[in-house]
Design a protein around this ligand. Structure first.
Ligand code: ADP
Length: 589
């Protein structure tokens, strides 16, 4: 639809109305003017004629041609009119403008004819001689009750035309001034109406763009003011509704994105409608390159397509399956899928992906651990059982054999006790029981641990050096830290040949305390190094068992470091030795 400015709708009709009114008024007024003017002229001519008629009859001038001419010429000049004196037979006796002798008989001229009948006659006709319209008035000249002639006066109508033209010019001028005033008035009125409309338009545009902070200013025009109020109310209503919707949407989004499970919603055509952040991380995709796209274009996992196409689309209400993802890394996922009701009864699908890789690994670790514990305990128990059987079968009667076998049984029992003690300690550390902490002198901590291992070291002629500043303190649990140090020093003794060296040191490095045990032992290969802190992991099983190792020592050290908010670290070279470190953050008690 073609639109025009508001000004156009007011100005054009206003101008037409004014113009038509002016034309009408001008026409009517000019007509009135013309009639009045004619009546005036008629009456003026009649008065002049009457006056002359009276003078002629009273003075008997009809035969006194010279005097008649003089009076007529004077009157003619005074009133700017032509005067003709006509005899009763119609012959022209005198004319102020022409020679009467050459003038035709005027008896049949309407104004003369009427005057000859005793009436006052008028006529307007075109004078060929003057090439002008003239108005004529004929008045009888009566002496007593005898008609003696006719006085005819006439005037040019040019004057009327001039006056009417002037009148028209004035009307046009008035019209133009009125139009100008109307134009200015319309502009002012229009501005008054248009400005609030423009304000509303601007406000409505802001509301459409979602900016509800502005309000439409009030208008002095009642209707527009009410409309502005309604629009402002609508804006605040909309704003609060949008805010509510946005808040609810943000809450849902926060909940969904804080979930560790991946959530994906599909529409009835298998186009992705929603993905949470766990989903994008799991599948290495982004909302930008996945939303509104088909599932098979974005996630190329046949098992997922199968769950949707053969189960959910076939009316299954709930699907729970485990699948393996191979990209970007290998993971085991548990998938829950349910139909998602959509508009017009069309069903989409909602899928929830749970990464159970870690759970599975933990499960496997637990199973391995149980198997390891059983295995570690079965060995000494089998050994004890074997020697007990042997003793019962008669060896008990031979004191030498009995002593030897009982010694072995004691050693195996001690081993079981060590394993069980280590397991109990590990379980305490695992359970997260809060261990009381205190300020410990690093020097005395090292001395205590070294003293505990002194006998074993002496047996192998291994020298243990202590390197620690006197004033260094550690905040921690003294029993646990001593246990960790004993484990590391025992290992160092166990895996170092006779006459080797061990250095136990505690030093401060920035915000951390570093406890190091360095030996000149057999060292650990690079392939074993990452696994030695695992429970029951041993590099050299025979040497470990022979030295009384349980396979849990380093695992305990790692947990003790973790209980103190720290970590463990190892560097080693086969044949040269190893350095084990416990690094714990320095803290106030
Ligand atoms: P174990 O009781 O067998 O010593 P640990 O958990 O204490 O168990 O140690 C795990 C394995 O790490 C050991 O079996 C051993 O092979 C290796 N190991 C530990 N400490 C040292 C070391 N200081 N030098 C060489 N190998 C070591």
């Amino acid at each position: 639809m073609k639109t025009r400015k508001f000004l156009h709708f007011i100005l054009v009709p206003f101008s037409i109305i004014i113009a038509v009114t002016l034309i009408f008024v001008a026409g009517y007024a000019s007509n009135e003017f013309r009639n009045t003017y004619m009546e005036d002229k008629k009456s003026e001519l009649k008065n002049i004629s009457q006056m002359l008629s009276n003078v002629i009859s009273s003075e008997g001038l009809i035969d006194k041609k010279e005097l008649l001419a003089k009076i007529c010429n004077n009157v003619s000049k005074s009133f700017n009119s032509r005067i003709t004196i006509v005899g009763t037979d119609g012959t022209v006796l005198f004319d102020t403008d022409k020679n009467a002798e050459i003038m035709k008989n005027h008896g049949l001229r309407p104004e003369v004819a009427a005057a000859l009948q005793g009436d006052v006659g008028y006529d307007i006709h075109f004078s060929k001689e003057l090439n002008q319209y003239m108005i004529y008035c004929g008045v009888p000249v009566v002496l007593g009750d005898r008609l003696i002639g006719v006085v005819r006066t006439s005037m040019l109508l040019e004057t009327i035309k001039n006056n009417i033209s002037q009148f028209y010019s004035e009307i046009i001028l008035v019209g133009l001034v009125s139009l100008l005033i109307a134009f200015i008035a319309t502009l002012i009125i229009t501005r008054h109406i248009v400005r609030p409309l423009e304000d509303m338009q601007r406000g409505a545009r802001l509301f459409t763009d979602g900016d509800f902070s502005q309000r439409i200013p009030p208008s002095a025009i009642e209707e527009l003011g009410l409309t502005a109020n309604v629009m402002n109310r609508m804006a605040s209503e909309l704003s609060s509704r949008i805010e509510t919707v946005e808040r609810e949407r943000a809450e849902k989004e926060r909940i969904l994105s804080s979930m560790s499970e991946g959530v994906m919603a599909l529409d009835s055509k298998d186009q992705i409608m929603y993905l949470n952040s766990a989903m994008t991380e799991t599948f290495g995709i982004t909302p930008e390159n996945s939303l509104k796209r088909f599932l098979h274009e974005v996630i190329r996992v046949p098992e997922i397509q199968r769950i949707i196409s053969t189960r959910i689309r076939n009316g299954v209400d709930f699907v729970e399956e485990q699948i393996t993802l191979h990209s970007p890394s290998e993971r085991r996922m548990q998938v829950h899928a349910v139909p998602l009701p959509g508009p017009n009864g069309k069903q989409g699908a909602l899928l929830v992906f749970n990464d159970i890789t870690r759970l599975r690994r933990l499960e496997r670790t637990r199973q391995d651990f149980v198997a390891n514990v059983s295995h570690e305990l079965r060995t000494p128990i089998t050994s004890i059982l074997g020697f007990v059987e042997t003793l019962l079968e008669g060896a008990k009667d031979d004191p030498n054999k009995a002593n030897h076998f009982l010694g072995i049984i004691r050693n195996q029992t001690n081993r079981m006790v060590s394993i069980i003690e280590d397991l109990l300690l590990l379980s305490r550390l695992d359970s997260g029981v809060d261990m009381p902490k205190e300020n410990i002198s690093a020097n005395s901590l090292l001395s205590c641990a070294v003293d505990s291992c002194f006998a074993a070291a002496k047996k192998k002629n291994i020298e243990i050096r202590i390197s620690c500043r006197e004033d260094v303190d550690i905040v921690g649990n003294p029993h646990l830290l001593e246990q960790a140090l004993i484990n590391l020093i025992s290992n160092a003794i166990r895996y170092t040949d006779a006459f080797g060296n061990i250095t136990a040191s505690i030093a401060i490095s920035g915000i951390e305390t570093v406890i190091s045990i360095t030996d000149t032992g057999c060292g650990i290969g690079a392939t074993d190094l990452p696994r030695i802190f695992e429970r029951f992991y041993r590099v050299d099983k025979a040497r470990s068992r022979q030295g009384g190792g349980t396979g849990l020592g380093l695992s305990i050290v790692k947990h003790i470091a973790m209980v103190h908010g720290g970590r463990v670290d190892v560097s080693s070279k086969i044949g040269e030795g190893s350095t084990f470190r416990i690094i714990i953050p320095r803290q106030k008690k």
